[in-house]
Design a protein around this ligand. Structure first.
Ligand code: A3P
Length: 303
């Protein structure tokens, strides 16, 4: 997956239009988006570097927004749409589905892996909201390495961790460097906190209630402070938990007629904090921690 990557405006991408797959994050698509994508002020962009918790953030935002829809429905037996829709498909990616299809989406949520500096200008000028999710680069690397191994064709040997590490530390991965990706959005969130909300995967794991409330408020669907509402927040956390989502996804996968280019289950592995410790050597940890400290210096990001 790291083959044939090209540097474009400081970040690494594939080249060519791969519209048949849901992995078409290519330079051509990004360039076309710059000129053609028209953001609406009501849009909410869910941005991330791959493997940072995109799927989780998409599900949470979708669950928050659609709870209003459920409330208006008097039939108490109505099933939450997340239990019938694949959590991965509940929010389209700007680089793929949205670009291909009608740019209308029912609830204004749009996902993207684009770095802040490459977002179509209309997103910034229309002043719509952006939620970014960041994760400890060590766990991003390990998650990404597993992802790459799952996606490889059976003809080529699986990528060795040493090689994945070497490329990752040099920033060579699709949409990378991971660190520069984070820095772009972090600076934007500090400069314009009303437009950019910066979330941290590890914080969301530690204090999901607080983070989910923060997210809901930011995207315009706040929970009130009353106690019975706490239950509602807890329900959303439970609905979007790794355990629940991976099970629902499994069920959806079994119901699919044609298999996907990237099967849904590769987006659900462990969903834990700190799993990288089980794979990285002490030396690798030191190098990754050093880069993180340097790159995130003064940006108030901790895991
Ligand atoms: P691991 O490989 O460490 O398990 P992305 O969605 O950005 O591709 O990120 C995938 C990572 O998020 C994987 O991490 C995956 O297991 C984890 N993940 C997926 N759904 C999750 C959820 N509901 N809660 C927490 N983590 C989740």
């Amino acid at each position: 997956i790291n083959h044939n990557l090209y540097k474009y405006e400081g970040f690494w991408y594939h080249q060519g239009f791969w519209f048949h797959s849901n992995a078409s994050f290519s330079i051509e698509v990004i360039m076309a988006l710059q000129d053609e994508f028209q953001a609406q002020p009501s849009n909410v962009f869910l941005a991330s570097h791959p493997k940072s918790g995109t799927t989780w953030l998409k599900a949470l935002a979708f669950a928050i927004v659609s709870r209003a829809m459920l409330k208006n429905n008097t039939d108490s037996n109505t099933v939450h749409p997340l239990l019938t829709t694949s959590s991965l498909e509940c929010v389209p990616f700007m680089e793929t589905e949205l670009f291909l299809n009608n740019p209308y989406h029912a609830n204004d949520l749009i996902a993207t892996h684009l770095p802040y500096s490459l977002l179509p200008k209309s997103i910034i000028s229309s002043n719509c909201r952006i939620v970014y999710i960041c994760r400890n680069p060590k766990d991003v690397l390990i998650s990404f390495w597993h992802f790459m191994k799952q996606l490889r064709d059976n003809l080529s040997p699986p990528i060795k961790l040493e090689d994945a590490f070497e490329l990752f530390t040099r920033g060579v991965s699709p949409n990378g460097s991971c660190w520069d990706h984070v820095v772009g959005y972090r600076k934007a969130s500090l400069e314009r906190p009303d437009q950019v909300l910066f979330l941290i995967y590890e914080e969301m794991k530690k204090d999901p209630k607080n983070e989910v409330r923060k997210l809901a408020k930011f995207i315009g669907y706040p929970f009130s402070e009353e106690e019975d509402v706490d239950e509602e927040v807890e329900k959303i956390i439970e609905l979007c938990s790794f355990e629940k989502l991976s099970k629902v996804n499994e069920a959806n996968k079994n119901a699919e007629e044609t298999p996907k280019v990237i099967p849904n289950d590769v987006y659900f592995r462990k969903g834990e904090v700190g799993d990288s410790i089980n794979y990285l050597t002490m030396e690798m940890v030191e190098i990754l921690d050093k880069i993180t400290l340097e790159k995130y210096d003064g940006l108030d990001i901790s895991f």
